[in-house]
Design a protein around this ligand. Structure first.
Ligand code: PEP
Length: 257
């Protein structure tokens, strides 16, 4: 385990985004299930919400875990059109939710404050947040990557129970310029930010910093996964495009093992 820490067992999470048909989803999940023998990592799939029930039923008895692509900041029922609560997700076996993905931040305008509320609601409802953070290209180019990452982290860290929440959270560092673009951060670039994240958290709580799982995301594929996952502070990946093809996703899972 990274840092001799059992909590940091590698995790590979597939973010299927808004892709798939009933037939395609069944083919994908059956292919993933049947190819995982001998691959010793945690595997998670996050289908579009409409397929959560279908995929959950197909995953019964399998080690593959189920997640959602977002979660409402309100844990129970209410007037939140278009949203899904933690209670709804857990009823269908969803124990993870991606929160603060760059597409939610930049296409739908979700703020740091809203994202922090979503993280809190997930933890309160027994759903593990996959809390995404990452800088835009212009922020990297003007040298403010660490400032941006710190601000995104602080939105949760500075809540009254921020440290407790982050102890129940998986982080995903996803440089926005690398998502879906085919441009990956080099292993060294990714490692530098992951190390910064741990050092930032360590100022508040060393155990949190050492134990938190931090995934890398951004054009991870079968060819680049092994080097990225070999870096000391990278504990697996959040995978978009390559999670939609059985063989590519299995190769990435294997690289994490
Ligand atoms: C993502 O959507 O989180 C992602 C990392 O996508 P891709 O792997 O396609 O860059």
């Amino acid at each position: 385990m990274k840092g001799n820490n059992d909590m940091r067992r590698p995790l590979v999470a597939g973010n299927w985004k808004m892709n798939g048909t009933q037939e395609g989803v069944i083919e994908l999940i059956d292919g993933i299930k049947s190819g995982l023998d001998g691959i010793n990592v945690e595997v998670l799939v996050c289908p579009p919400a409409i397929f959560i029930g279908l995929v959950g039923a197909r995953l019964e008895g399998s080690k593959v875990k189920l997640g959602a692509q977002n979660i409402c900041q309100q844990p129970e029922s209410g007037a939140f059109t278009g949203e899904l609560s933690a209670a709804m997700l857990t009823e269908f076996g969803c124990r993870y939710a991606i929160i603060g993905h760059s597409e939610r931040r930049h296409v739908y305008g979700e703020s740091d404050k809203l994202i922090a509320e979503r993280v809190a609601a997930a933890v309160a409802g027994n759903v593990t947040p996959i809390f995404c953070i990452g800088e835009l290209l212009e922020e990297r180019e003007n040298g403010t990557t660490e400032q941006v990452i710190a601000q995104q982290l602080d939105a949760v860290l500075n809540l009254d129970n921020g440290i407790v929440l982050l102890k129940e959270t998986v982080l995903a560092y996803e440089p926005v310029w690398a998502i879906g673009t085919g441009k990956t951060a080099s292993p060294e670039q990714a490692q530098a930010v992951h190390a910064f994240i741990r050092s930032h958290l360590a100022k508040q709580d060393e155990a949190l910093a050492a134990g938190i799982k931090i995934l890398y995301g951004g054009s991870v594929n079968a060819a680049n996964a092994e080097k990225l996952f070999g870096m000391p502070d990278i504990d697996g990946g959040l995978i978009g495009g390559a999670s939609l093809k059985v063989n590519d996703f299995l190769a990435v899972c294997k690289a994490a093992g």
